[in-house]
Design a protein around this ligand. Structure first.
Ligand code: ZN
Length: 355
């Protein structure tokens, strides 16, 4: 590892930070960039010119001041060049979004995901990526973020376990895909991608996200940063009702024992839903205390039916936490994982630019 940051590294860092500012602005003047980044006018101009030369940004002429001579306009991300992609790999389907660096959607893809074993699942993933990379203009994709179901080691790029695929064990997905497609790949646990996307539009620092379908996936942001670590935040087999319903893990009263029966073959089970509300409220309450959460987002397939239990859940929570004001939000958007993955890819691609 390098011990010192040289001048050249500084210039990379500055290029990335100027592009980040432009990326999150939607249109910004040179003066504003200089104010936000603290770079000198000369330094900033040099970087802006470099970014323009490499087609990362474009200048939009300001019509209102069009007069004689050259009037500097607003700088924006170039939406015609440099793409990023997000992919959502889950046991029912494969989804992808190709976006520009500002997050604008270029194209979306979806395929069902039927597999019986590791080989078939890997083949599905590879042929899905093949289709995307062979599609028109997609050779401009510079980074891919993957929202992966199951257990994931993000740092090592390994998919440890995948639901309903027994011999899928410690698959080095990042290196397999990198070798085949020669692009940067970032592997993330799917609830983390969902939370990353939701945090973009939230004014909160401590946020919990629960993805509830047949089981429960969880992500947590503390102080605005998403907690990372393999094997942490494993909520499904936390006990919410001592001596309660028998769980498939052999214990009694796990949260999953109450969640799993709510949807059977895609149909909602009213009785199971009734029995699930109180244990879920206990779990949410405990999490709010543990992480001092300002907001809890509930998402996943079960939230299509939130109207059937929302009132009771909020009432149970209110009984437990009279004095606090944690916002509870129900999100029915089924594409936040893929959107978050694309956003992560775009951010990482910007951080990695070397000009
Ligand atoms: Zn269990």
């Amino acid at each position: 590892m390098k011990r010192y940051i040289g001048l050249e590294d500084m210039s990379h860092i500055n290029c990335a930070s100027v592009l980040r500012v432009i990326q999150s602005s939607g249109g910004i003047s040179r003066k504003q960039i200089s104010d936000i980044t603290g770079l000198s006018w000369g330094g900033m101009t040099k970087i802006v010119n470099k970014l323009m030369e490499h087609e990362y940004i474009v200048e939009e002429k300001n019509g209102a001041f069009a007069g004689n001579g050259r009037t500097p306009g607003l700088l924006r991300v170039n939406t015609k060049k440099h793409l990023a992609a997000g992919a959502d790999i889950n046991h029912t389907g494969l989804r992808a979004w190709v976006t520009d660096f500002s997050g604008g959607l270029r194209k979306m893809y979806f395929r069902e995901n039927h597999f019986g074993n590791r080989e078939e699942l890997l083949e599905n993933i590879l042929s899905f990526f093949e289709m995307i990379f062979q599609d028109d203009k997609n050779e401009e994709i510079q980074a891919v973020g993957i929202a992966m179901q199951g257990r994931v080691d993000s740092e090592k790029g390994i998919s440890i376990h995948f639901p309903e695929c027994e011999n899928w064990c410690d698959v080095p997905l990042v290196s397999i895909l990198k070798e085949r497609f020669h692009t940067e790949i970032y592997l993330e646990h799917d609830p983390d991608c969902m939370l990353f996307f939701e945090m973009e539009s939230m004014d909160a620092e401590n946020v919990i996200l629960l993805r509830i379908d047949q089981s429960i996936g969880m992500a947590v942001a503390l102080g605005g940063a998403i907690l990372r670590g393999t094997g942490i935040l494993e909520l499904p087999h936390s006990i919410v009702i001592p001596g309660g319903k028998l769980c498939k893990c052999g214990l009694r009263g796990c949260l999953e024992a109450y969640i799993a029966p709510c949807m059977q073959d895609g149909k909602i089970q009213k009785q199971a839903l009734e029995e699930m509300v109180s244990p879920l409220a206990v779990a949410i309450y405990n999490l709010i205390c543990m992480f001092h959460a300002e907001a809890v987002i509930l998402t996943g397939d079960l939230m299509k039916y939130h109207g059937m239990f929302e009132g009771r859940l909020l009432l149970e929570l209110h009984k437990m936490q009279k004095d606090t004001r944690t916002a509870i939000r129900f999100s029915e958007d089924t594409e936040t994982a893929v959107k978050g993955a694309a956003l992560i890819a775009a951010r990482q691609a910007v951080n990695a630019i070397r000009l």
